[in-house]
Write a protein that binds this ligand. Structure first.
Ligand code: UT7
Length: 323
């Protein structure tokens, strides 16, 4: 396979995270549904989640932190991409309002690929870097609370709100770059996870679980093949945070270790497009990402959609403003 788009230098020079203040513990959920803290922790890995806020509000907070860390002047940002599946409005997209509040003066649009959204958006940013842009703000933000029925035992235990942002810059040295990537979608599985207008999510949890494990493995193999690398060459893995058992099952098949894996699910629940940048934010706060590391971002979600991106890291390695 040819290295499509590979060779375009990319580095992340600022990260930001935002979570609403209101914490819902597993224990709190027992007031609405027949469940227990023990069941949720054992079957999902989640202890608590956050609700409240708006998609644009959380995106602005995360975006501001990422800009502050990068030191990039808002007027230097040439494009804003907001990955979200819960925009404030059906129209317009969320990105223009976010751009306005952050003081940007550039094109701004949303990418809707549900929980794969941030990884999708990083590949979109890569395409614009290839066209000559040098500074792009990429945000994953969702308020899944708005489409979640917290009395439903399948979805109510999982979904929550949050946002994560990254300032993505061209890397003239080429040291930082996407080594391989893969995007996928299979509309045959629309019915296993969807939400109609003005309604809450419907999910076939078992089937989503099965498909997620499958596509995570397949997508990783495609990305590694493009990069000409193996599983052992991956230093840090940043999987979508849906259920720790999904990650463990996929890793068993792939041969990845949990030691190399960033997880925040325990505290955040499934924040959809925000989950990968929240994990990156946490990994940087814990000094887990070093220059030259091969960082694999791996998303899957409703659609079904999936995306994997292998980024050789040449961006920030310290991060003090983590959540
Ligand atoms: O971004 C993608 C988003 N979605 C996902 O990633 C979802 C993927 N799927 C999952 O994470 C899991 O399928 C769930 C967490 C949703 C469900 O876990 P599971 O291990 O597949 O449970 P299950 O549906 O097989 O149910 C097992 C048992 C059943 O009881 P019986 O029939 O064995 O007596 C359920 O009634 O657990 C019961 N159960 C619960 N018990 C307490 C199901 N949900 C709950 C609950 N609390 N919340």
């Amino acid at each position: 396979m040819t290295n499509r788009g590979v060779g375009i230098g990319m580095k992340i020079t600022g990260m930001g995270a935002a979570l609403p203040e209101k914490v819902i513990t597993n224990e709190d959920l027992t007031a609405f549904m027949d469940t227990s803290d023990e069941w949720i922790r054992e079957r999902t890995g989640i202890s608590q989640r956050r609700i409240g806020g708006t998609t644009s509000g959380l995106a602005i907070e995360a975006g501001q932190k990422a800009l502050d860390e990068s030191g990039v002047d808002p007027l230097e940002i040439e494009l804003l991409i907001v990955a979200t599946t819960t925009p404030d409005y059906i129209m317009p997209a969320t990105a223009p309002a976010v751009a306005h509040e952050l003081g940007l003066d550039c094109g701004a649009f949303d990418v809707a690929a549900v929980c794969s959204g941030f990884a999708y958006a990083i590949t979109v940013a890569q395409g614009y870097l290839a066209q000559g842009l040098t500074k792009i703000l990429v945000i994953g933000a969702d308020t899944m609370e708005r489409i979640t029925d917290y009395t439903d035992r399948g979805t109510g235990i999982l979904f929550a709100n949050g946002a994560g942002a990254a300032v993505v810059e061209a890397d003239e040295t080429g040291e930082g770059q996407i080594l391989g990537w893969d995007l996928g979608a299979n509309g045959k599985y629309v019915h296993i996870l969807y939400s109609e207008h003005d309604d809450t999510m419907v999910m076939d949890g078992k089937e989503v679980f099965r498909q997620a494990v499958k596509v995570m493995r397949q997508s990783t193999m495609k990305t590694l093949e493009m990069a000409g690398l193996t599983v052992d060459d991956v230093d840090i893995i940043v999987p979508h945070q849906a259920n720790v058992r999904i990650v463990e099952s996929a890793w068993k098949k792939l041969g990845f270790s949990m030691d190399k894996t960033l997880m925040v699910l325990n505290e955040t629940g499934n924040t959809s497009a925000a989950s990968i940048p929240l994990c990156l934010d946490r990994g940087l706060s814990q000094d887990r990402i070093k220059t030259g590391d091969n960082v694999l971002m791996l998303g899957f979600g409703a659609g079904m959609t999936w995306a994997s991106v292998l980024l050789r890291w040449n961006g920030i390695t310290t991060h003090t403003a983590g959540f």
